[in-house]
Design a protein around this ligand. Sequence first.
Ligand code: SF4
Length: 457
Amino acid sequence: MAVYAPGRDASRLAYYGLFALQHRGQESAGIAAWDGRSVNVKKSPGLVSQVFSEADIEGLAGGLAIGHNRYSTTGSSNARNAQPFLIDSRHGPIALAHNGNIVNAGDIRRRLLDRGVGLTSASDTELMIMDLAGRGEDDWVSRIRAAMNSWVGAFSFVTLTPEGIFAARDSWGLRPLAYGVTAEKAFVIASETCALATLGCREIHEIAAGQIVSCDAEGRVSVTGPGEGAAPRKHASCVFEFVYFSRPDSVWNGHSVHEVRRRFGEELARRSPAEADLVIPVPDSSISAAIGYSGASGVPYGEAFVKNRYIGRTFIEPTTALRKRGVSLKFNVLHDSVKGKRIVVIDDSIVRGNTIRPLVALLKNAGAKEVHVRVASPPVRHPCMMGVDMGQRSELVANVMPVADMAKWSGADSLAYLSLESVGRALGGIDDYCAACFSGDYPFDVEMAEAKERFEF
Ligand code: SF4
């Protein structure tokens, strides 16, 4: 995220905003701020609440700041890959924070090394900042546009320079990015609109695919018009933001995430009904779909899993061992709510399959008579190269066994997925979306994509 806050410490607003974006990454957090003389940065592994003390925020003085929560899709989750990256350059200091994954990182890396640029991390974010720093165009918008036209992949990013903050979204529109203005006239850019709402922004706009937005040190905002941003591409916004990643109170591509998830649940109820007494969600990302399933099926909605919310989201923890331990530490069951009942449990997705089996076992052990699993997305069969760490093809459980065998494998009495056609109906059309993890139809050639650990030192 990025903040311009005249006469106040922008870092404090960035800090609050990062709390609202904690679900997008829990490995490391960082803030860089321009105090009028230099850019200062504080970043380290951990949650936002663990990384920053009050003294840290006070030390990040100045009216311009950017911040980041990291979730590794390229490079390991060590401190060296924490963001924002900060370098000095012939254009002055630059800090950069990035959400997404550059697919042609290998090409960019070789180009930079050939130019004599030294690299210190495994992160594609370092490639982006080094590429920008070496560009000779006259102004930042021109440099950013030229760099964007050479990058392939998902990149919603913010940069901080003495001249202001700049933000842009790749021309495919893969990852979200939005901006807004608070009542106190602070200008804020964030990965999700929920963070803008948290900071009290009144006017909220999603940044368009390929668009470049800037706010200079005097607070003058400019937004590139049609044809002024990066070269246009076929739109391919990430459907998985609706399925799992975004918070339900965010708006993504003009749609309320909660409403879309609710419609996923309605579609699921129509196509895959179950004779049941209770519909329950796997909290939190399945709540909206469970409400939709209940509404369309007439089966009452209830809560049966109690989640320890102080443990991170299992899907975005970096190793399978951590994910598995996370499930058992995270959920308990309300026995009285499920005992003797036929339960429909709604899960937003099944990726590696680490979560659903222990959850079904918990329900059965609590006395549930039947458990019917309904998944509010299609089977995930293809890895994501654009910023969601789904692992290798062989790790995806839908590739390991036929869907018909998954009920038995999970311990459930039945198991059904939402179809891609239903996803399209819920969205009013899927042509402008990437659904490659379900369909294998990637928005560009991903043969050049680098494996996550490729650049490990
Ligand atoms: S492959 Fe899946 S997770 Fe990755 S960008 Fe496409 S829809 Fe999103």
